[in-house]
Design a protein around this ligand. Structure first.
Ligand SMILES: NC(=O)c1ccc[n+]([C@@H]2O[C@H](COP(=O)([O-])OP(=O)(O)OC[C@H]3O[C@@H](n4cnc5c(N)ncnc54)[C@H](OP(=O)(O)O)[C@@H]3O)[C@@H](O)[C@H]2O)c1
Length: 293
């Protein structure tokens, strides 16, 4: 059954996760990260009940403040945040909460900066060790569910060898140019919910002639068509908009026909648009082989 915008999915721990979150990444420039409070407030007003943040975004505080100002109760809203692979478990104090709904390991590689400020991978801790820590956080009830982000089948296989708790969610880049069909199938088989970041594929995918044509036919915008494709495939999505009108638009999605879904399926060619390797074939200190991408 395709998801509808107001739906929630039940995670393996039994909690309900709304299928559309508004993202909260903002650049570390000017007042951008503080402004996340204002656009998280408009997202709550538009009807979002799921917000995605991360310690490295520096926006957890703004999300926590927005919830306080919104007048909503803590239990009315689902908050996902992410632990960087260096075990600095500061999210709850940043957010000002007693618990998070979903706590993810942000990425499998643990990295540090060298003297020149360049990112380098470190061998300790490993994501297996970080997972054991995040399992402790779950046992202490500081997170209602725990999961991973940017994990491939290869790295999930390593994790699952020693994990006491199977990740409830794997948040990955996923859009019509990167449909991640093998990973989706694998995660489904393990009871891991797949969540799409960069769900639009930005203007590159929004301007694809197939998307534009369906949008014109549907009297919808390209972004709406792309997000509808995800819901048709039962994928949880994290679009991000700081604009109230576009936030509303991203919750008001047409139901696509099977034929429209197939036309969009055919656009997949494994292209990463958000997080992709640099000129040395590396991403955050790891090769594509280490990432299993
Ligand atoms: N786990 C990870 O490693 C990871 C990595 C990347 C992202 N994320 C999470 O996923 C969230 C979303 O990622 P993303 O920003 O790459 O996703 P996205 O929603 O695919 O792209 C956001 C861009 O699309 C624009 N946009 C949004 N709605 C639109 C609409 N209806 N029409 C036209 N343009 C629209 C936004 O501009 P406006 O804001 O001006 O509307 C923004 O420029 C992030 O904020 C973060 O929470 C996680």
């Amino acid at each position: 059954m395709p998801f509808l915008p107001g739906d929630s999915v039940t995670l393996s721990t039994g909690i309900q996760m709304p299928v559309i979150a508004n993202g909260s990444w903002a650049p570390p420039t000017g007042n951008a990260r503080a402004e996340v409070k204002n656009w998280t407030l408009t997202a709550f007003k538009a009807g979002y009940r799921h917000i995605d943040t991360a310690q490295v975004y520096g926006t957890e505080k703004s999300v926590g403040l927005a919830l306080k100002e919104s007048g909503l109760k803590r239990e009315d809203v689902f908050i996902t945040t992410k632990l960087p692979c260096n075990l600095s478990d500061e999210s709850l104090s940043n957010l000002g909460f007693d618990y998070v709904d979903l706590y993810l390991i942000h990425c499998p590689q643990c990295v540090d900066k060298d003297v020149s400020g360049k990112i380098k991978a470190v061998t300790s801790p490993t994501f297996v060790e970080v997972w054991a820590e995040i399992e402790n956080i779950f046992e202490q009830k500081k997170a209602k569910a725990i999961g991973v982000s940017n994990f491939s089948i290869k790295n999930l296989e390593i994790l699952l060898k020693t994990a006491k708790v199977v990740p409830a969610v794997n948040q990955v880049e996923l859009h019509p140019y990167l449909a991640q069909n093998d990973l989706r199938e694998y995660c489904k088989g393990k009871g891991i919910v797949i969540e799409a970041y960069t769900p639009s594929g930005y203007s590159k995918v929004r301007n694809d002639p197939v998307i534009v044509e369906i949008a014109q036919k549907r009297k919808a915008t390209p972004n709406q068509v792309i997000l509808s494709w995800h819901l048709a495939r039962e994928t949880v999505i994290v679009p991000k908009s700081e604009n109230e009108g576009r936030q509303k638009e991203n919750l008001d999605l047409p139901v696509l026909t099977e034929d429209e879904v197939k036309q969009i399926d055919a656009l997949d060619h494994g292209e990463r648009i958000c997080n992709k390797p640099d000129e040395h074939g590396m991403l955050w200190g790891w090769t594509m082989e280490q990432l299993g991408w």
